[in-house]
Design a protein around this ligand. Structure first.
Ligand SMILES: Cc1cc2nc3c(=O)[nH]c(=O)nc-3n(C[C@H](O)[C@H](O)[C@H](O)COP(=O)(O)O)c2cc1C
Length: 341
């Protein structure tokens, strides 16, 4: 990575002001590396990792990350306080800044495992989990949840959930401002169909001003994020950040008061840095396209973006080193337009 990117890197920021959401199969360590090239301050989250996978699988495979990724949170899925406590201890050993408990995932597989969104029905169990996690390690324990379950839009359920979990010591709540419909919708539909009700998150902040509330769901641009930040402690952005990674390049100046000059100079500079990274990872056996897929949106909206994307996802090139694929992408994507990026 070019040293200019991180020459004035502050210590890990405690702020949740702008976060990139945990996204299964998307926010792996390669994706987070890309995001960190674009924003030095955004808080990054891993994909959800089930406690069983960590405790009985190859923990290092799930937990390894690049030193630049801080501030970084590990998101856990599970509902056994002792298992969650052991995983939180592992997270501390590996240097994570936060452990987040998933109480928002509505998938049927997750429901069968009795964790995710269905935990909102069991605030006492979530409180026990949070307490066990906090007792096990000296790392911030946070909860990500929905605003309700199924068609029940009463405020009391989410208010009591937050109240009870807060009593166990949780101080940061990340709220996907939609209900989770546990029957009849796929996880994807559950991110679009239940209506967004941002006002519920504002009400939570009003009722529990001593805690931090990070709002999530449907945030598409900086103006909207700024509006939501008025009165709330943070925004968490998922799909839009993933599909339009160049958006992250304006976050440090706009949301964290960093100097605009500290932002990455251009999309080419980010791509170059990513190619260096992929080259090193490729030498260790990581397939190029498992990493490159995360940056396919980097040139969105620019002339030549389509041809560029096609090269970076052309699996006939999979045995080529990243630098060679990069060269081909440059040649095929109308180089004279790139300088305007
Ligand atoms: C592909 C994908 C995978 C996701 N995986 C997780 C996950 O592992 N844990 C989690 O809490 N939320 C997960 N989510 C939900 C997001 O974190 C976020 O709450 C949701 O996408 C709404 O935010 P957005 O409208 O900004 O995308 C996932 C979302 C997507 C699109």
């Amino acid at each position: 990575m070019p040293s200019s990117f991180f020459s004035s890197m502050p210590a890990a920021s405690p702020s949740w002001r702008v976060c990139v959401a945990p996204m299964l199969d998307w926010t792996d360590r390669h994706c987070r590396y890309l995001h960190r090239l674009l924003s030095r301050h955004a808080r990054l989250y891993t994909e959800m990792i089930h406690t069983g996978a960590l405790l009985h699988g190859d923990a290092a495979r799930f937990l390894q990350y690049d030193a630049t990724e801080h501030p970084l949170a590990l998101q856990l899925g599970g509902s056994d306080p002792a298992d969650l406590a052991r995983c939180t201890r592992l997270a501390q050993e590996w240097g994570y800044d936060e452990v987040n408990l998933n109480c928002g995932c509505p998938s049927e597989r997750v429901q069968r495992g009795s964790f995710g969104a269905c935990l909102m029905r069991e605030p006492q169990l979530v409180a026990d989990c949070v307490k066990a996690m906090r007792d096990a390690a000296n790392v911030e324990v946070t909860v990500k949840h929905r605003i309700g379950l199924d068609r029940d839009e009463s405020y009391a359920q989410v208010r009591d959930f937050v109240g009870q979990v807060a009593e166990a010591g949780c101080r940061v709540f990340i709220v996907h401002a939609r209900n989770a419909w546990l029957k009849g919708l796929s996880p994807k539909e559950n991110r679009d169909i239940p209506p967004l009700r941002y006002e519920v998150v504002r009400q939570l902040k009003q009722d529990f001003p001593q805690f931090r509330f990070v709002i999530n769901g449907g945030i598409k641009d900086s103006a909207q994020a700024e509006e939501l930040l008025d009165g709330l402690d943070g925004v968490m952005i998922g799909r839009q950040a993933y599909h339009d990674p160049w958006w992250l390049a304006e976050w440090d100046a706009r949301f964290f008061g960093d100097l605009p000059a500290a932002a990455p100079a251009s999309r080419e500079a980010v791509e170059e840095a990513m190619v260096d990274y992929m080259q090193a990872q490729h030498r260790q056996g990581v397939p190029t396209f498992a990493m490159a897929r995360h940056m396919l949106g980097l040139r969105n909206g620019l002339p030549g973006a389509r041809a560029w994307r096609q090269v970076w996802s052309d699996h006939r090139l999979k045995h080529f080193p990243p630098r060679e694929i990069h060269r081909q992408a440059q040649v095929l994507s109308v180089p004279q337009t790139l300088a305007q990026a």
